[in-house]
Design a protein around this ligand. Structure first.
Ligand code: IPD
Ligand code: CA
Ligand code: CA
Length: 266
């Protein structure tokens, strides 16, 4: 295993341990509201601290972009993109589906990724060119080619509703043309589940780089396709992401092309 992936996994496990500790003592968790329906707890901050401490132990010079503490800039060509707890709303409801997401870029290109589900003890990981893994097992995207037999994952807006109508138009098409849709509440795990074939495709609008950086590489290394809504590679910047197997890509892209807001930045 590449040393940087090893560090990403060590950091993700340290954060996961802290999240599990607080889940077992949930009554003591302190919650703050960032905005309407946008909450953060001391658990998010503590998990982020654990991750940053682990990275700093080995690479004090690397740059970091982390959800709760922002950008820690350096001159390094390496940057770590961190979501310490993806699925905070689930966590705050003790709905056991959330994950730690860590990606490493080199000169802006995704190179390593780890997504850790501390409840199921599942570590999804990938390094560019080395395939994707769930714990010690190699994973691949599904072989499904019929949209009507596909299980889809998505996430929908819950505090900013500017594109609710366009979103619903797309949602209606997928609802009526697939085998079903899941909104499980963690973008990182949605992508990890595409990578291991538990779902056949995933789309979502308006995400942040830390929600999707690790998952995007894991899907690609599992043989899947990941694009923005224009078919390009701008998903980290636009926050609009489509991930699926190569057989379903055209069908999904067509529905998104017909329904997504026209004024989006892809
Ligand atoms: C959220 C989750 C959710 C997605 C949201 C994200 P958070 O991340 O990934 O599935 O729909 O847009 O913000 O806030 O729980 O880290
Ligand atoms: Ca997130
Ligand atoms: Ca988060």
């Amino acid at each position: 295993m590449h040393p940087l992936l090893n560090i990403a996994q060590e950091a993700a496990k340290a954060a996961g341990k802290s999240i599990r500790y607080h889940l077992e003592r949930f009554d003591a968790v302190e919650i703050q509201q960032k905005g309407r329906n946008d909450f953060v707890s001391q658990v998010d901050f503590e998990a982020e601290q654990r991750i940053i401490q682990t990275i700093r132990k080995y690479h004090p010079d690397h740059a970091i972009l982390a959800e709760e503490t922002g950008r820690h800039k350096t001159n390094s060509k390496f940057e770590w993109i961190i979501d310490p707890l993806d699925g905070t709303t689930n966590f705050l409801h003790q709905f056991p589906h959330f994950a730690v997401s860590i990606a490493v870029t080199e000169n802006g290109k995704l190179q390593h990724a780890a997504i850790y589900d501390p409840v199921k003890d599942e570590m999804f990981s990938a390094s560019r060119g080395e395939g994707a893994w769930l714990n010690q097992t190699r994973i691949r995207v599904s072989e499904q080619k019929e949209l009507e037999n596909s299980l889809m994952a998505t996430g929908f807006p819950y505090y900013q509703f500017d594109y609710a109508d366009e979103y619903l138009a797309g949602f209606k098409r997928f609802m009526t043309e697939t085998a079903g849709i899941r909104r499980a509440g963690s973008a990182a795990l949605d992508l990890a589940y595409v990578a291991c074939g538990r779902v056949d495709g995933y789309w979502e609008y308006n995400l942040k780089p830390w929600d999707i950086a690790a998952g995007a590489l894991i899907v690609q290394e599992a043989g899947g396709l990941v694009t923005d809504f224009g078919g390009g590679e701008n998903y980290l910047a636009s926050g609009n992401i489509l991930a699926t197997n190569p057989k379903l890509y055209k069908h999904m892209a067509q529905i998104i092309g017909q329904t997504a807001p026209k004024n989006r930045k892809n």
